[in-house]
Structure formats: C-alpha cells, structure tokens
Design a protein around this ligand. Structure first.
Ligand SMILES: Cc1ncc(COP(=O)(O)O)c(C=O)c1O
Length: 401
C-alpha cells in the first residue's frame, strides 16, 4: 500500500480541530450522558461513524485555498464568476455524460439544509414524502421538521444485495397525498448504485403519479473501479420534476466547507428556493470546490484504488473470522454495510455494544429509519492501519461475546 502519490496511508490526529468524528459522537450516537465505559478509554476510541474521511484533502485544493488567502479580503461572497459553475458542469459532463444547465444551479450550505427547505416548499402539511429504507436518517428528520408524513418502502435484500420493491413503491407513489420522493443514489447505507433500468422505472412511476423527485447524489463520485453512475435527471431530460443534489463534500472531504450544488429545473420552485436562501457563500469554499472539480481527478482516482483495497481487506477479514456475517462489497461510497445479525439478539443496541466492547464508534442499524436491524455501518475512509485496528477490535468483541 505504499505506492501512492497522495498520503492515504498517513494517520492524522484530529484532536484540537473541532472534528465531529472525535468530539461529536455524544449526543449524536448516544444519550449525551450515556455510560460508555468498557474495554477501551474514550480517548482511545476509533471513529468509524460520521461520513467524512480520515485522509488529507488533495494538495491541489489546499493550494487553491492558500492562493485565495493571498488576497486579504474575505468579505461577503457569492458564486458570481461563472468559472465555478462551468467547472462543476464539466465534471458532470466528463464523468457522467450529463450536462446540467447552469441556469438551474443554486447552492446550499449542505445537502441537509437544502432538503429541509425543499421539503417545506414542495409539500403541504397534509402531504407525504416517500423514501426507501434503510435510509439516511436525515431524510426522515427533514420530513419530521416540516411536519409531513413519511412513507417508507423497504428495500429487498437478496444475499446482501439490495433492490427496490417496485410494486410497493408504485402503490405508495399512487397515493395522491404522496407528492415527493427522496431517493439516494448511490444509496447510503447499502452503497447500491441504482442501474439505469432501475432509475428509469423509479422515475416513470414517480412522474406518472406527479411525485416530484429529489435525487440525493452526494455520494456519486466515490465509486468502486468498474462501476458507473447515472444521474437520474439525465434519464428524463424533458422533466422539470427532478431535483439533483451533488457536492464536493463527500468526494473531496470538504464537508466542513458547507457548500453544495442543487439543480432545480422547475422555474417556480427554483424561484421559491432562491427567495428563501441567502446566497452568501464562504469564499474559501468556492475556490476549494472549483479546484476539486478542475484538478481533483488524479486524487480521486487514487482514493478509489485505496478504498477498493480497504473494502477487499474488510471482506477477507470477515470471511476469515466471522463467517456468519453477510457482506457484499458495495458499488460505491466509503461506507460498508455489514449484516451481523447472526451474532446478536434483534434488540441489541449495536452502536452502544461496539463503543463499550470494542472502543469503535460506528452506526448500528437502528440509526437508519427502518429495515436495518442487525446491521452495522463502518466508515472505511481511513488509513489501512486504522482499519486493521478497528476491525480487529470489532471482530474480537463479537468473538468474545
Ligand atoms: C445521503 C446523504 N445526503 C446528505 C448528507 C449530508 O450532506 P451535507 O453534509 O451536504 O449536508 C449525507 C452525509 O452523510 C448523506 O449520506
């Protein structure tokens, strides 16, 4: 693992940087005063939970941010120069053959804030939002925040691979109160990259039933080698009912920069969104994102190699030591979705179990809305030595039960 140009093997101490991964788990993963005492002291916990990476960002991005700091003003800024939008458009065109119309591009301080606001603009209080489960929990939080009902369609799992239950989705979408579907592609937590055929069918079902689609594609750039991604909106060029959310945050480890791309083709909705959004962006975030989309290909390519290898390592370790786990290397994301149900009673709080018994911070199935018991989500975006130690602890904790 030493032939990398970029330092993916380097362990970086995040103490003192206000990083959520090491300081924010109380309150998010547990009750704030939860007793986490167990085999490891908290200062030795290994964070494998929140979806950011333990890798240094690309030097191309750091250089762009440093260069921007040579100009001594950081006043109110906005995406005014078309350079950024064109770089983002080129990224999508080159990688996915989809050329978003930059007139439709607006921004957000993150995909989560955009979801919260879009749900409110699209749904009336008695209307419903459809998601597939297991799900990234903020889809549910966004519906709850806006006081609208959430409708869940469970994914079907066959030997570790997930697919949508299209009959169930069709039935739920045909409820006239169901006006919005929020779908994650690639899917967090399972890592599925929905195929063109699946997306076509899903899109047709929603559009036939006047269900607006938010396609959260925040994970779309982090693919295993030999996997390809199709933006949902690209399949329906004549529809203005598909909103696309993309960002450099997951791909380039820039989540703290609070900057996301939201493509809203419907003029009225885009106007409503924009009237309710203060388009002031952090000037460093804009240059970082532009540098990422312009000069980030080589770094991302190497990240892909590194993650592919981490996934293979995980698979080999599970096969060797925990043969009753069910795990399939995902097509995307740096998140591994592992079925450990053989080893635990169904009501076990897995997040708590692994904190206490392995000193590993991870997310158990109950954090993913529904249809997820007996699973853990492990973040593999870390140097191999860190993965080895974290995994060793997870395996030992299960075997010593
Ligand atoms: C599917 C999905 N959407 C959105 C987010 C968060 O987006 P942001 O940080 O841009 O608000 C995450 C983070 O894990 C995610 O997995």
């Amino acid at each position: 693992m030493s032939s990398y140009k970029y330092p993916f093997n380097k362990v970086i101490n995040r103490e003192g940087t206000n990083a959520m991964s090491v300081t924010g788990y109380r309150g998010y993963l547990f009750d704030p005063d939860e007793d986490l005492s167990g085999k490891y002291k908290e200062e030795n916990f290994i964070p494998m939970w929140v979806a950011d990476m333990e890798f240094a960002i690309a030097p191309e991005i750091i250089d762009a941010m440093k260069k921007r700091l040579e100009h001594p003003l950081l006043g109110y800024s906005m995406v005014a120069d078309p350079g950024y939008s064109l770089a983002f458009q080129k990224w999508c065109t080159d990688r996915y053959g989809w050329k978003p119309d930059i007139k439709h591009l607006v921004h957000a301080k993150g995909v989560i804030p955009a979801l919260y606001s879009l749900i409110g603009h699209i749904c009336k209080p008695d209307e419903k939002v459809l998601i597939v489960t297991p799900s990234y929990a903020f889809f549910k939080h966004g519906a709850d925040f806006n006081g609208v009902e959430l409708v869940c369609s469970d994914l079907i799992e066959v030997q570790g691979t997930y697919c949508m239950d299209m009959d169930d989705v069709r039935e739920k979408a045909s409820d006239e109160k169901c006006v919005l579907g929020i779908f994650c592609n690639p899917h967090n937590p399972t890592g599925r990259v929905w195929s063109e055929k699946e997306l076509q069918e899903l899109g047709e079902v929603c559009l036939e039933n006047d269900v607006t689609i938010i396609s959260d594609e925040i994970h779309c750039d982090v693919l295993r080698h030999n996997t390809s991604f199709t933006p949902m909106a690209g399949l329906f060029p004549n529809s203005d009912q598909i909103i696309t959310c993309m960002a450099p945050s997951k791909t380039f480890n820039l989540a703290g920069n609070l900057f996301a791309n939201i493509i809203i083709p419907n003029d009225e909705l885009r106007k409503t969104y924009s009237e309710n959004y203060l388009p002031v962006e952090n000037p460093l975030s804009i240059v970082a994102a532009q540098a990422a989309y312009t000069d980030g290909h080589a770094w991302l390519n190497e990240l892909t190699d590194y993650l592919d290898a981490n996934f293979k390592y995980l698979k080999a370790q599970l096969d060797a030591h925990l043969p009753h786990t069910k795990f399939v290397i995902s097509e995307s994301t740096y998140l591994a979705w592992v079925n450990v149900s053989h080893y635990f009673p169904t009501d076990e709080n897995l997040t708590l179990f692994f904190a206490r018994n392995a000193g590993v911070l991870l997310e158990g199935g109950d954090m993913f809305v529904a249809n997820a018991s007996g699973h853990i989500r492990l973040n593999l975006a870390c140097p191999r030595v860190r993965l080895e130690e974290g995994l060793h602890r997870v395996i030992t904790a299960i075997l010593e039960k």
